[in-house]
Ligand binder design. Structure first.
Ligand SMILES: [Zn+2]
Length: 68
């Protein structure tokens, strides 16, 4: 029925960037670095030069002094 096709349409919209790739033949943007980047690498830098993605800051430890 028509409802079903509507539903499908909505679903298609939701599809997240599937297997997004990037131009091939790119090299690391770091000075002097000629490391080729993977087409799956969303960064401009190779794994050695890409900015550190710190997930560590998450869940900061609460100081025990807080209760004082
Ligand atoms: Zn590099």
């Amino acid at each position: 029925m028509a409802e079903e096709s509507l539903f499908r349409g909505a679903r298609v919209r939701e599809v997240p960037r599937a297997n997004r790739t990037y131009p091939s033949g790119r090299v690391c943007a770091a000075e002097g670095c000629t490391t080729k980047l993977s087409i799956y690498n969303r960064w401009q830098y190779c794994w050695q030069h890409e900015p550190v993605h710190s997930y560590v800051a998450r869940g900061k430890r609460r100081s025990r002094k807080e209760a004082a």
